[in-house]
Design a protein around this ligand. Structure first.
Ligand SMILES: *Cc1c(COP(=O)(O)O)cnc(C)c1O
Length: 345
C-alpha cells in the first residue's frame, strides 16, 4: 500500500475539521448544557446527537467483532460511499475501478464527484478476474470496488481472489458486505487489522431490518476512520436513528429468526421459480434476493406490476439480459409472486 498521505486528496489531508460544541466538551458530569444554543426543554430530540455515536458503536463492536475505533457510522452506506470519493479522489484527475455489473451507487457517486469510473466485466458465471481488475488500474487509481455477495448477481466471490486484489493493489479496496449476513462465507470485516488498505461496508438496511432509519457502517484502519470523521457532517446520524438502532441491537434473537426465515424462503423460492415455464435460469445466491433469467423480462415485469407485485427488472444491465431480481419476501408475499407467475401466459 502507498502511504496514506499519497492516497488522500491534499486538501482533505490538510483539512482542519469543524469542531462542534459536543466535540469540545469531553467532561463527564455536566449539569447544564449551555454550549450549543439548543432549546433546553426536553422532548426527546431537543439535544444534538453524539457526533461520534459512541454508545451505538459500543453495542455494534461485540456483535460485529470489530473494535470501536475501527467503526464509522453514516447516513446509510451511501454516505460512506460518497465520503470515499471526497476523501481519496481528486475530481477530474483520479479514477476508480469496479466490477460490472454491480451496485449502482458507486458509479453515481463517481459521476457526482467528477471521478472516472472504470468498469471491468465479470465473466458469464458472474465471477471476477483479479488480474483484469489490477491491469485496469494506473497511477491515479485510488479505489477498487468489490461487492460480495454482489448486487444484482447474488454470488459471493472466492475469498482468495479478493485477498489477491487487496494484497496486490497499492490503493484502497472496498469490500461491500451489505448482504454478508445471508452468506456462509467468512466476512472480510474480520481482516481489517491485517489489511490497512481494506474498507468493509455493512448496513442496517438489509438483514437488520432497518432500511428506514438510514444507518450504514464502514470498518477500516483507525487512520481511515479518522479521515471519514474529519469530512462527514458533524451530526450525520440523528437522535431518532441512534435510539432505534440501540433497540434493534438489543434484539439479536429477532435478527437471527428473520435471517433463518429468509434463508428458508429463499430455498423454497429458488425451487419453485425454477419449475416455472417462464424460467430459463435461477442463478446461485448468497444474498436475500435471487436473480432469474426469464423468457421475456420486460413483459413479465409489467405483468407482475399489473398484479401488484413489484420486482426489479435488470434487463438493461450488463450481462443481465432478461433477468429479474427478486427479493425474498414473507411467505405470503412469495406466494403472491409465485401464483401470479404461474398464471402468466
Ligand atoms: C442495499 C445495499 C447497500 C445499502 O445501502 P444503504 O445506504 O445502507 O441503505 C449497500 N451496498 C449494496 C451493494 C446494497 O445492495
Amino acid at each position: 500500500m502507498k502511504p496514506l498521505q499519497e492516497l488522500v486528496r491534499p486538501n482533505i489531508w490538510a483539512l482542519k475539521p469543524y469542531s462542534c460544541a459536543r466535540d469540545e466538551f469531553k467532561g463527564v458530569k455536566a449539569e447544564a448544557f449551555l454550549d450549543a444554543n439548543e432549546n433546553p426543554y426536553p422532548n426527546g430530540v431537543n439535544r444534538y446527537p453524539d457526533p461520534l455515536q459512541e454508545q451505538l458503536k459500543m453495542a455494534i463492536s461485540p456483535l460485529k467483532n470489530v473494535p470501536i475505533d475501527n467503526i464509522f457510522l453514516g447516513n446509510g452506506s451511501d454516505e460512506a460511499i460518497d465520503l470515499l470519493f471526497r476523501v481519496f479522489c481528486r475530481p477530474g484527475v483520479d479514477n476508480v475501478v469496479a466490477i460490472d455489473p454491480t451496485y449502482g451507487m458507486y458509479e453515481v457517486c463517481a459521476d457526482i464527484n467528477d471521478v472516472e469510473y472504470r468498469k471491468v466485466s465479470l465473466d458469464e458465471n458472474y465471477d471476477l478476474n483479479p488480474d483484469a481488475l489490477l491491469a485496469t488500474c494506473d497511477a491515479n487509481t485510488k479505489i477498487i470496488f468489490i461487492c460480495s455477495p454482489n448486487n444484482p448477481t447474488g454470488n459471493a466471490f472466492q475469498r482468495e481472489k479478493i485477498e489477491k486484489i487487496i494484497s496486490a493493489f497499492s490503493g484502497i479496496v472496498i469490500v461491500d458486505e451489505a448482504y454478508s449476513d445471508f452468506s456462509s462465507q467468512k466476512p472480510f470485516r474480520l481482516d481489517i487489522q491485517k489489511y490497512p488498505n481494506l474498507i468493509v461496508l455493512a448496513t442496517f438496511s438489509k438483514a437488520w431490518g432497518a432500511a428506514g432509519i438510514r444507518l450504514g457502517m464502514a470498518f477500516a484502519h483507525t487512520d481511515i476512520i479518522g479521515l471519514f470523521n474529519k469530512v462527514k457532517y458533524p451530526y450525520n446520524v440523528n437522535v431518532l436513528t441512534q435510539k432505534k438502532a440501540m433497540e434493534i441491537l438489543n434484539n439479536v434473537t429477532l435478527l437471527q429468526r428473520h435471517i433463518t426465515m429468509i434463508l428458508e424462503e429463499r430455498m423454497m423460492l429458488m425451487k419453485s421459480v425454477a419449475q416455472l415455464p417462464i424460467c430459463k435460469k435461477v442463478y446461485p445466491t448468497d444474498a436475500n434476493f435471487i436473480l432469474v433469467k426469464v423468457t421475456d423480462a420486460n413483459s413479465i415485469y409489467q405483468y407482475l406490476v399489473g398484479k401488484g407485485v413489484v420486482v426489479r427488472n435488470r434487463h438493461r444491465v450488463h450481462l443481465c439480459g432478461d433477468c429479474l431480481r427478486i427479493s425474498v419476501g414473507t411467505k405470503d408475499e412469495n406466494t403472491k409472486l409465485l401464483s401470479a407467475l404461474r398464471q402468466y401466459v
